[in-house]
Write a protein that binds this ligand. Structure first.
Ligand code: CTP
Ligand code: MG
Length: 233
């Protein structure tokens, strides 16, 4: 069985409001994307497709892949304007492979345990995603921010990455998405599989530390997690 990872790093990081895309900001002297690449590199994963913006391909090759010796990165490809465009470029570059592990390059605290759990779940169900039950109560609001609905908290999870699928299945889902109306409300891969193929995606508990670096305060949280865990270094 061949396991391929797609690591996403083609975003601009608007919510971070920094000059350089957040995945290339440094945490304890290494770019944020280094941490997840290292975990994938040292795992059972066979190869990694790195997706970045066209302008950053040579930076990624020299300053990340070659510098840190990530030998499993077989391709660095250009992404697109929305996350799902970048994922699709990664899927095309992955070619025929048994399983595809899609991961946000801005999510540095994935672990070997999370990857192992993902592998078990995808082998059983064909489609799975990392997540955690929410801690806060969630409200659905209308266009004027009035709460209109409160889903039962125990049934609500926040979804993370990795999101892992049988290669054929995720390719079919994305091909359908691009052949029909594209939709910029698509923010994760499970959503594409759910809506395009009507296939339920199994969620499994990853970790509350598996955060996505999104806004400036996440950098402070991340450095606390890094200090605490020598395994990330
Ligand atoms: N991503 C990508 N291609 C895009 C948009 C996002 O590869 N066109 C990647 C990001 O680099 C990130 C991951 O998808 O690793 C999660 O996206 P998000 O946190 O939304 O990152 P950005 O889109 O960069 O940030 P923002 O939404 O604040 O602009
Ligand atoms: Mg975004």
């Amino acid at each position: 069985m061949h396991h391929t990872a797609i690591i996403l790093a083609a975003g601009k990081g608007k919510r971070m409001q920094s000059e350089i895309p957040k995945q290339y900001l440094e945490l304890e002297g290494k770019p944020i994307i280094y941490y997840s690449l290292k975990v994938f590199e040292e795992s059972f994963i066979d190869n990694i497709i790195l997706v970045t913006s066209k302008e950053d391909i040579s930076f990624c090759r020299k300053e990340i892949v070659e510098k840190f010796g990530f030998r499993k990165v077989t391709e660095i490809v250009a992404g697109g304007s929305q996350r799902y465009h970048s994922v699709y470029q990664g899927i095309l570059a992955a070619g025929d492979t048994d399983y595809i592990y899609i991961h946000d390059g801005a999510r540095p605290f994935v672990t070997a345990r999370i990857l192992k759990d993902a592998k078990e779940q995808v082998e059983k169900y064909g489609a799975c995603a990392a997540g955690m039950p929410v801690k806060d109560t969630i409200k659905i609001v209308d266009s004027r921010d009035f709460a209109v609905n409160t889903p039962e908290r125990s049934l609500v999870w926040q979804v993370q990455t990795p999101q892992v699928f049988s290669g054929k299945l995720v390719k079919a889902a994305y091909e359908k998405l691009f052949s029909e109306a594209e939709n910029d409300a698509v923010t994760d891969d499970a959503m594409v599989v759910e809506t395009m193929l009507k296939i339920p995606v199994k969620l499994f508990q990853a970790s509350y530390e598996n955060i996505k670096i999104t806004t400036p305060e996440d950098l402070q949280i991340a450095s606390v997690f890094l200090d605490k865990n020598t395994m990330y270094k």
